[in-house]
Write a protein that binds this ligand. Structure first.
Ligand SMILES: Nc1nc2c(c(=O)[nH]1)N[C@H]1C(S)=C(S)[C@@H](COP(=O)(O)O)O[C@H]1N2
Ligand SMILES: [Mo]
Length: 439
C-alpha cells in the first residue's frame, strides 16, 4: 500500500489550520494545550507548512502543541538570582530554562534552586567557625570547623554537575507527584573544597562503615525541630570517590545562602538530594541510612517495570545512583520564531551522564528520520558536563522541530519517551524537542 500524502500531515495541518481549538481538544484533551492566540498562531503555522510533516511518526503530536505550558510561568525575583522559573513557592523550587544554561560553567545566579525545608536564616558568625560533625562507624569522631577543614586538607576546584533526581519529571505520562521539571534542574558550577575521602580517612573508617547518612541545618518545612527537611545517604564507594567534595566556595566566591552557605557537600552525578546544603553532619553506617527521603518510592526506581499510573510502595525498588544521560539545547528556545529564509541552524548545548561521560550527541530536524552528529567537547574534569555544538540545515521556511539526544560512554541513548515510570517520577530522560518556526 502506498500513501501519497501521509495522513498525519494532512489531518494535523488541516485540522489545526481550520479550527485549532477543536483540533487540539480532539487530539489532546485539555492536557498540554496551547491557549488562545498562541494556539491559533501555532495552528495557523502548522497549517501553513510543515516541510517534514510526512516524517512525523504516527501518534507524535507536534512539540509546539504538546509541550507548551498552559499558563505563563511565575518568574523568580530574588537578589543574586536570575529570573528562573518558579515551580513551587513553599518550599522554594525554581528551574533554569535551557537557554540560561549557555555558559560552560554555570554562573551562580543561574543555578536552579531546590529546597525541601525552610530556607535557614544566613549563618551570622564567621563562616570559618561553622561546624561539621562526622560520627558513627569511625575510629575517631570528628567535630571540625570550616577553618579546620581548610587548614588540614588539600583544597581542590572542579566543575561538578549537580542534578536533581527528578530532573525531566514532566516528561512522564501519566503525570507523577513532585516538581514538574523540564531539563533545567542541572548546574555545572566550579566548586572548591576538600575531598570527603580525605576527611573520612582522618576519622578512620571502621570495616563496618558501608553507607553514609548526611544532612544540613535547614528546618523542616513544618518548623518541627525533631524532623529533618531531608537526610539522605549513599554507599561508601560514592563517598570515597575523589570527586565528592565538602565545599566552601562556589564559582570563586562564598556559597550564597540559598545554595548552602557556608558549607555544602557535593556528590556529583548522583541525585543532588545526596548533596546537603548548610552541611553539618555525616554519620557512617553498617546498613543503608533511613533518613527523610530514603526508602519507599523516594529517589528509587523500579527494578522490574511497573504499570504506569499504578500504586506501588516501592519496597522492591532500588535507590537511584548515577544519573542517566541527558542533553540540553542552550542557544535556541523551544517555540522560537526565526527570520524567513533561515536555512541553517547553529546549535549548541551541554550533555552529561552522571558518573559516565557522553559518547555522542545528535540532532535531527526531520522528526528523527535523519540525525546529524554534533561535536562534543571533553569534560573539563570527570563529573563536569560536556559542551556540544553543530549545524543542521533546513530546506525551506516552515515549522520544524530540533530533536536532540545524547548517548553515554556505554552506548545508552536517551529514549524516545520517558521510560520506567515510577510514582515519584525519577529518571525521565527522553529525547528533547524544540519547536522552531521559520518565517
Ligand atoms: N539541606 C538541604 N540540602 C539539600 C536540599 C534541601 O532541601 N536541604 N535539597 C536537595 C535537592 S533535592 C537538590 S535537587 C539540591 C538542589 O541544590 P540547589 O538548590 O543548590 O541547586 O539540593 C539538595 N540539598
Ligand atoms: Mo532534588
Amino acid at each position: 500500500m502506498s500513501r501519497e500524502r501521509p495522513a498525519t500531515e494532512r489531518s494535523l495541518n488541516e485540522l489545526y489550520r481550520d479550527d485549532p481549538e477543536r483540533a487540539d481538544a480532539l487530539a489532546w484533551g485539555r492536557r498540554g494545550a496551547l491557549k488562545g492566540a498562541a494556539l491559533a498562531s501555532m495552528g495557523a503555522a502548522l497549517g501553513a507548512s510543515m516541510p517534514f510533516g510526512g516524517k512525523l511518526p504516527t501518534g507524535v503530536i507536534p512539540a509546539a502543541l504538546a509541550q507548551a505550558p498552559a499558563a505563563a510561568p511565575a518568574v523568580l525575583r530574588m537578589d543574586g538570582k536570575a529570573p528562573l522559573i518558579v515551580l513551587g513557592e513553599r518550599p522554594l523550587v525554581a528551574e533554569t530554562p535551557e537557554t540560561m544554561l549557555d555558559d560552560a560553567v554555570t554562573p551562580t545566579d543561574k543555578m536552579f534552586i531546590r529546597n525541601n525545608g525552610q530556607i535557614p536564616t544566613p549563618f551570622a558568625g564567621d563562616p570559618k567557625t561553622w561546624r561539621l560533625k562526622i560520627d558513627g562507624e569511625v575510629n575517631t569522631p570528628l567535630d571540625l570547623t570550616v577553618g579546620d577543614l581548610e587548614a588540614r586538607f588539600p583544597l581542590v576546584t572542579m566543575q561538578l554537575q549537580l542534578e536533581c533526581g527528578g530532573n525531566g519529571r514532566s516528561a512522564f505520562s501519566p503525570e507523577t507527584r513532585g516538581n514538574q521539571w523540564g531539563n533545567g534542574a542541572i548546574s555545572n558550577a566550579a566548586w572548591t573544597g576538600v575531598r570527603l575521602r580525605d576527611v573520612l580517612a582522618a576519622a578512620g573508617l571502621k570495616d563496618t562503615a558501608r553507607f553514609t547518612g548526611q544532612s544540613g541545618a535547614d528546618p523542616h518545612l513544618s518548623g518541627a525541630t525533631d524532623r529533618a527537611s531531608i537526610s539522605r545517604g549513599m554507599p561508601i564507594a560514592k563517598a570515597l570517590d575523589e570527586d565528592t567534595l565538602i565545599c566552601t566556595r562556589l564559582n570563586g566566591a562564598a556559597i550564597p545562602n540559598i545554595h548552602g552557605f557556608p558549607l555544602r557537600l557535593v556528590a556529583p552525578g548522583w541525585p543532588a538530594s545526596l548533596s546537603p546544603k548548610w552541611f553539618n553532619h555525616m554519620v557512617l553506617l553498617p546498613v543503608p541510612h533511613t533518613g527523610q527521603g530514603m526508602g519507599g518510592t523516594s529517589y528509587r526506581l523500579p527494578v522490574n517495570p511497573i504499570v504506569p499510573g499504578s500504586n506501588n510502595d516501592g519496597a522492591s525498588f532500588a535507590d537511584m545512583t548515577s544519573m542517566p544521560v541527558r542533553s540540553v539545547l542552550t542557544n535556541i528556545a523551544h517555540g522560537s520564531r526565526l527570520p524567513a529564509g533561515t536555512r541553517a541552524l547553529d546549535l549548541r548545548g551541554a550533555a552529561w551522564a552522571g558518573d559516565l561521560t557522553v559518547g555522542a550527541v545528535h540532532a535531527s530536524v526531520d522528526f528523527g528520520a535523519t540525525w546529524v552528529p554534533m561535536t562534543v567537547a571533553a569534560p573539563a574534569n570527570r563529573h563536569a558536563w560536556q559542551r556540544w555544538e553543530g549545524r543542521v540545515t533546513l530546506p525551506s521556511d516552515g515549522y520544524f522541530e530540533v530533536w536532540y539526544r545524547a548517548t553515554d560512554s556505554q552506548g545508552r541513548m536517551q529514549p524516545h519517551l520517558a521510560a520506567n515510570w515510577n510514582p515519584q517520577g525519577y529518571g525521565a530522560n527522553p529525547i528533547s524537542r524544540a519547536a522552531v518556526l521559520v518565517g
